[in-house]
Write a protein that binds this ligand. Structure first.
Ligand code: FAD
Ligand code: MLT
Ligand code: ZN
Length: 508
């Protein structure tokens, strides 16, 4: 499928010889993997849409080992594909041909944490969820969160400039990452692992590597600013009758919740159906759960006689809502936050913007509500072949493309769904089919990209370009920017050994 879907020719890199294996074994003794069975998984991407044929995977433990590996590969003209948790959505983390896989799995040590500043310094292979636990035990929070947290590495997060579920509150990694250590293609260690909030000494080189998807250097360590852990968290999962109401709920939310708003995610009814069908997760507005204080409060709002039913447990089968929004508040005063939330709910229920929903204040139910949103990706992957689009669009046009495509594709698609980080103007448009079909692809592309470009949107909001999207960069960046990117690549990696065939379009 890889070759059929993405025609590409192997560049003239050297092939790994027995002598190379012996030399690499001296650099990382016992951590040169050549067993075909062990190499199976790291050669295939999370979505199972691309497959490489690497015969060697290396597991360094230190930056010095990474430096030795790259110095050797640079001299020998051997191509290298850096890999973290292999959860990337654009085929960037797996080799295309026989590139050596450089895995950060064993680079998983926390180096320091300062409990006044909240600055965490750690190796690139630390798993996001484990870092989350580590800083939470100390009263802090990782500034990013995503559905893949159980597998993705912080180095992979930085390399992709991952957005995720906390972007609305804590912003981009471009702001929260304070410093990086990176090994360049020739093995030079670039130590910019500062923990300073302010540092205007020359160009901010770390920014070059954030979002560079392993094409400019291998990130070996990260210094990141963690915010204090909020003591009061609430999650509301609400049904809206239309997308216009979703937008108005968002506006109301910003006005009424202000600084305590920490996430605003959305999903359509089709997503909910898939989550129920493939993961057996019940819609929370139908689940018989005991009432919490906020739920009672919400119910009280309801009993004012409005024609809506925000209730839990819901005793009657509820009509499905066409859209659902997940709203999270994070603050430091439970009473203050509850007051704001009830004021908000009163308004959206009273005006009919929200017609259904449930609330959670305890950890278990909060997690349960979040999993409905976080696990859409998994549900989709069980539905068949997934055509994935990750777009930045003006928020008021965000859903138009989904409706438009549903009509355009008709029964050719199994499902056309829209979900994503509405608060960040980020739509995840996904289309499923029983199997990959070239004619369906023809109906989707370049249509989706042209539509996005007309809105001056981005064809990759947060997933990057990797292998699968590198040829669509031109829809979001002018030729001059592309040229400068090629020049930077040539400067930092003159032999092009780092993650070849990724991010930048193939030269004409
Ligand atoms: P990998 O997949 O291993 O690699 C990704 C890219 O980074 C590759 O190009 C690789 O070569 C490069 N790379 C990895 N490590 C390094 C390193 N140390 N140095 C240099 N380059 C490196 N993404 C979002 O942005 N937001 C989301 O909300 C989100 N949710 C997701 C939910 C699910 C269920 C899944 C499966 C994926 C999701 N993703 C999301 C995509 C993915 O998890 C992110 O892109 C993540 O940051 C990748 O991290 P990783 O460690 O798995 O990297
Ligand atoms: C998400 O927000 O769920 C992720 O970016 C993954 C996806 O797009 O499916
Ligand atoms: Zn996302």
């Amino acid at each position: 499928l890889t070759r059929e879907r993405y025609p590409v020719r192997r560049l003239p890199f050297a092939q790994v010889s027995e002598d190379d294996l012996a030399a690499l074994e001296r650099i990382v003794p016992g951590r040169v993997i050549t067993d075909p069975e062990e190499l199976e998984a790291p050669n295939v991407d999370w979505l199972r849409t691309v497959r490489g044929s690497s015969k060697v995977l290396l597991r360094p433990r230190t930056s010095q080992e990474v430096a030795h590996i790259l110095r050797y590969c640079h001299e020998r003209n051997l191509a290298v594909s850096p890999q973290g948790g292999n959860t990337g959505m654009v085929g960037g983390s797996v080799p295309v041909f026989d590139e050596i896989i450089l895995s950060t799995t064993l680079m998983n040590q926390v180096m320091s944490f300062h409990d006044v500043s909240g600055v965490l310094v750690c190796q690139a292979g630390c798993i996001l969820e484990e870092l989350g636990r580590y800083v939470e035990e100390r009263g802090f929070l990782m500034p990013l969160d995503l559905g893949a947290k159980g597998s993705c590495h912080i180095g992979g997060n930085v390399a992709t400039n991952a957005g995720g579920l906390r972007f609305l509150r804590y912003g981009s990694l471009r702001g929260t990452v304070l410093g990086l250590e990176v090994v360049l293609a020739d093995g030079t260690i670039l130590n910019c692992l500062t923990s300073l909030r302010k540092d205007n000494t020359g160009y901010d080189l770390k920014q070059l590597f954030i979002g560079s998807e392993g094409t400019l250097g291998v990130i070996t360590a990260v210094s990141i600013l963690c915010p204090p852990k909020p003591s009061a968290v609430n999650v509301a999962f609400l049904g809206c009758p239309g997308f216009a109401e979703v937008l108005q709920t968002f506006s109301t939310c910003r006005q009424k919740l202000g600084e305590i708003l920490s996430a605003f995610e959305f999903m359509d009814a089709e997503c909910m159906k898939l989550v129920e069908l493939h993961l057996r997760l019940a819609s929370p507005v139908r689940a018989p759960e005991p009432l919490g204080v906020l739920q009672l409060l919400a119910r009280a709002v309801l009993t004012l006689g409005r024609p809506c039913c925000l209730r839990s447990p819901c005793l009657l089968p509820l009509p499905e809502s066409p859209f659902y929004v997940l709203i999270e508040t994070s603050g430091s005063g439970a009473g203050h936050d509850a007051e704001k939330l009830s004021d908000f709910l009163e308004q959206v229920l009273g005006s009919g913007l929200v017609t259904d929903g449930t609330l959670a204040t305890d950890q278990r139910r909060i997690k349960m509500l979040w999993s409905l949103r976080e696990r859409i990706t998994e549900a989709l992957s069980r539905d068949g072949y997934v055509y994935k689009y990750d777009l930045s669009l003006p928020v008021e046009r965000l859903y138009d493309l989904v409706s438009d495509l549903r009509a355009r594709l008709g029964p050719r698609a199994k499902h056309v769904v829209g979900y994503g980080h509405l608060g960040d103007g980020n739509l995840h448009l996904n289309v499923t089919a029983e199997a990959f079909d070239v004619s369906l692809l023809g109906a989707l592309e370049p249509y989706v990209y042209e539509w996005t470009a007309r809105q001056r949107g981005s064809v990759s909001a947060e997933h990057g370009l990797g292998f699968k999207k590198r040829d669509v960069l031109c829809y979001s960046k002018p030729p001059e920017a592309l040229q400068l990117m090629q020049q930077l690549k040539a400067l930092l990696d003159p032999k092009g050994i780092l993650n070849p065939y990724k991010t930048l379009p193939a030269r004409a």
